[in-house]
Design a protein around this ligand. Structure first.
Ligand code: G3P
Length: 220
């Protein structure tokens, strides 16, 4: 499973990219607003920090406007993935931008049929929002399972399932079990992945016992 960071905070992305485990970044208009940064400046900096795809979202609502914005965003860096909403206009923009060899992330996916449309429009990624479905009493993870099953039923539906609106480490585990290709994680959730009380306890015990030996592990 690839790990993307769901953030427009350049400082956080710089720090987390040092783990060597970050495969890309997703942003959205809300995250850009939260960063307080100029959109194109923040995106350009993030593209420099991370080798993988960096999603930058259009805000036009008509296909022509989305295509124009998408083309301009794609000029920022080679690793831009233009993010378009799952509307008829977004799907048209997806097809055009995909045909121009621009990566496209179709976002705000809440049903399996929507995901089928995104794949037929040639999307590089489709972003089903797990947490927001859970918020309204639906089962976000079942949507990931359904999309996986549908995509696996047909040759040529190569769109990657990008599990979004992930809120907890359990979401990460379940999305990986369901076969999501990518999970986009808020920085806090990514940091939580490594934590386990027994790891801390076990390490403390090993180090305490080691100290009693008076030895050091050779470094060359
Ligand atoms: O990037 C889209 C997505 O991950 C949003 O998450 O928590 O605002 O539903 P959330």
């Amino acid at each position: 499973m690839k790990f993307f960071i769901d953030s427009a905070d350049v400082g956080e992305i710089r720090e987390l990219s040092q783990t060597g485990l970050i495969d890309g970044v997703t942003t959205n208009p809300t995250l850009i607003a939260k960063s307080g940064r100029k959109f194109t400046d923040a995106i350009a900096e993030i593209c420099d920090l991370v080798d993988g795809p960096v999603s930058a979202e259009v805000t036009a609502t008509d296909a022509e406007g989305m295509i124009a914005e998408g083309r301009a965003l794609a000029k920022i860096a080679e690793n831009i993935a233009v993010k378009v909403p799952l509307t008829w206009a977004g799907l048209r923009a997806c097809r055009t931008l995909t045909d121009e060899e621009t990566m496209v992330n179709v976002t705000l996916c809440f049903s399996a049929n929507q995901a089928l449309l995104a794949a037929k429009a040639g999307a590089t990624f489709v972003s089903p929002f797990i947490g927001r479905l859970d918020d309204i009493g639906e089962d976000g993870m079942q949507l990931i399972r359904d999309i996986r099953k549908i995509y696996d039923n047909y040759m040529g539906l190569d769109t990657e399932i990008l599990a979004a609106s992930i809120r907890t480490p359990v979401h990460v585990t379940e999305a990986a079990k369901a076969g999501a290709d990518v999970g986009t994680l808020p920085p806090g959730v990514f940091r939580q992945l490594v934590e386990h009380a027994l790891t801390d306890k076990g390490l403390a015990a090993f180090l305490a016992d080691w100290e009693k030996t008076g030895q050091t592990v050779p470094r060359k």
